[in-house]
Design a protein around this ligand. Sequence first.
Ligand SMILES: Nc1nc2c(ncn2[C@@H]2O[C@H](COP(=O)(O)OP(=O)(O)OP(=O)(O)O)[C@@H](O)[C@H]2O)c(=O)[nH]1
Ligand SMILES: [Mg+2]
Length: 326
Amino acid sequence: MPANLPPQYFEAEKRFREAKIPAEKVAALEEMLAIMPHHKGTDKLRASLRKKLSKLKVEQERRKGASRTDLYTVKQEGAGQVALVGLPNVGKSQLLASLTNADPGVADYPFTTQRPQAGMVTFENVQIQLVDLPPLTEDHFEPWVFNIMRSADALLLVLDLSRDPLVELEMILTVLHGQRIVPPNKDDEDAGTTAFIKTSLVVGNKGDVAEAGENFAVLQELYGGRFPMTMVSAQRGLNHEALRGQLYTLLNVMRVYSKRPGHEPDLSSPVILRHGSTVLDLAKEIHKDFVTKLRYARIWGSGKFDGQRVQRDYPLQDGDIIELHI
Ligand SMILES: Nc1nc2c(ncn2[C@@H]2O[C@H](COP(=O)(O)OP(=O)(O)OP(=O)(O)O)[C@@H](O)[C@H]2O)c(=O)[nH]1
Ligand SMILES: [Mg+2]
């Protein structure tokens, strides 16, 4: 039985063929279905158009979902969050795998990492969060990658010592600068006050390859004054103890311990505070009520004699033990 389709149907069909986005295709298909006369001759065609339509709608939903979840964030944990930054295939994920309990994909081809993944690095009695990210490239970025870098406490710039680490570092700095992310003390006027100043540690990875030492020496000569840097091998675990310590230093924090009167302090669980914090800052960390109720504190360490009374504005030092009195 012939379909006997009216001319408007063919106009809608033309729009369907020429449509560039799914929403236009959906509109054209719906029009075609509405125009089509109902009879036996159009049954097959109707069924096939309906199938196309439902496929398109599923696709549209999937895209919406993707753009929502495209905004990844990583909840901060531990003493601080450090983001891994680097070109494809330099060993960022391998570094996360060897320093933490995380089990990210590591592969000998680029763009293995597509999503952020976090793991905790242990340094003495402190946990530091390391976040693995997709690689940086000159022309393709996803905004959420930079959002994570901006909200991190510090960056680990990972370079591949088996390739040209100078070129890699320069490219990283250019891309970051374009996103207003800059290492501190860079004489860079146009970054201005809107820039995100990020303390950065340069890590030369693949320190196990033959040319690594020479490449690292060149890097140190040119950038050693500007960045703290270290050579590691993520694969062999080379220099990982030093790296843990450097990660801690990078965070610019201190550890203090609170004790209850008449009790020993728990030295395994420090309170992490920014350098320059006071007794009152510690009180805030422990309990919000302490801020108003705090009368004085006693301190051990800090070059004071043991148990000396100090006021709430007293600046603390790394390793101090404090007894808060309310
Ligand atoms: N020789 C050597 N190879 C390494 C080292 N670390 C990583 N690799 C290798 O380098 C390749 C890339 O490692 P990944 O950890 O996947 O690199 P990535 O930087 O996360 O890569 P993307 O996710 O694509 O950005 C793998 O084949 C690793 O085995 C290392 O210390 N020495
Ligand atoms: Mg990776």
